[in-house]
Design a protein around this ligand. Structure first.
Ligand SMILES: [Mn+2]
Length: 329
């Protein structure tokens, strides 16, 4: 019998959305809870036997009661339906004695990989599924340590079907985004490990890191965009996968989850566009569930006033429209 799994991560429940007005920030925090709820619903619809969270479920090790409640109730629901839940801590929700992971309503329904000091890897075997799930938790002591370094040297004892949970930075991303340097790993190294699927978290853009015959390694991405940075823009999803009896990945697909979408637009002085062009484009894109940030060059005198009035008239048509007037540098 084939088995199915759902992979998600980087919800960042409790993220403050501090750049938004308070009521909208609260609505976005609620969106994150909705995203978790939807993810659980899609997991059940997919008929998954295993639910995987690849880190940063919470934005902090001490999330608020409402966030803990929605997570624990949904995990309890998954358990009741026979779905086993596994997670690793990310850089935002690392393990320490008073963290959310030690609360009984969490610990009863989710298996958290805490790692072991030698290999940094922890495993769980599920006999009836002939499945090993392994996880490398985020190491707060040494965030720049390559997470695969130790396990690449060892012979890993895993079942025919095996999955690895990882929270880290694929090396190629570091050059693109200077912020993604922590816990670096090479995509090629994932192919040398005995896993049929590697469920990765940390980078917020949904992305396939590696594909090989019978296997794949993917960033699930964050189920909602958190801020106006490249990797948070556009559609957001979770990964749904299926493995055959020998542990080959036979299906891997994405399911869209986000309630709202973050987008950016950018114009510069000298690109030949006018206030009316910007207005037309923003007017065409208007959508009550979009958060749009537009960068436009500051205009001279009276034209600036006219441009501000014109563009700000579109604010009510968006969930949030942020217009940044850039002075010539
Ligand atoms: Mn992270």
């Amino acid at each position: 019998m084939n088995f199915r799994f759902a992979h998600c991560g980087d919800f960042h429940l409790g993220y403050d959305f501090g750049y938004l007005p308070p009521r909208k920030a609260a609505a976005r925090q609620a969106d994150l809870r909705v995203a978790f709820f939807r993810t659980v619903r899609e997991t059940l619809k997919w008929g998954a036997q295993v639910f995987l969270v690849s880190g940063d479920l919470f934005d902090t090790p001490h999330p608020g009661e409402r966030d803990v409640e929605i997570v624990s109730k949904n995990l309890a629901h998954l358990s009741k339906k026979g779905v086993r839940c596994f997670a690793i801590p990310g850089n935002h929700d690392p393990i320490h004695p008073k963290s959310v992971w030690n609360r009984p309503e969490m610990a009863s329904y989710i298996h958290l990989f805490r790692g072991d000091t030698a290999a940094g890897l922890a495993k769980a075997n599920i006999g009836e599924l002939n499945l090993t799930i392994a996880g490398i938790p985020w190491d707060s002591e040494d965030a720049f340590k390559p997470p695969l370094q130790e396990i690449l040297k060892r012979k890993l004892d895993v079942s025919d079907r095996s999955i690895l949970l990882l929270h880290g930075s694929e090396a190629a991303l570091a050059s693109e985004h200077p912020a993604f340097k922590e816990h670096p790993f090479e995509a090629e190294d994932l192919k040398r490990l005995p896993f049929g699927y590697v469920a990765i978290g940390h980078y917020h853009k949904p992305m396939d890191v590696a594909r090989w015959s019978g296997g794949a390694a993917c960033y699930s991405g964050s189920p909602e965009g958190l801020r106006f940075s490249d990797h948070n823009l556009g559609e957001r999803s979770i990964v749904l996968g299926e493995m055959d009896e020998r542990g080959s990945l036979v299906q891997v697909k994405r399911k869209t989850i986000n309630a709202r979408t973050m987008k950016t637009l950018s114009y510069s002085a000298g690109d030949g566009t006018t206030t009316d062009d910007w207005f037309r484009t923003i007017d065409d894109m208007r959508d009550p569930d979009t958060l749009l940030r537009v960068r436009v060059p500051k205009q001279e005198g009276g034209e600036q006033r006219r441009a501000e009035v014109l563009l700000s008239s579109l604010c009510p048509d968006y969930f949030y429209l942020d217009i940044i007037w850039e002075s010539p540098s």
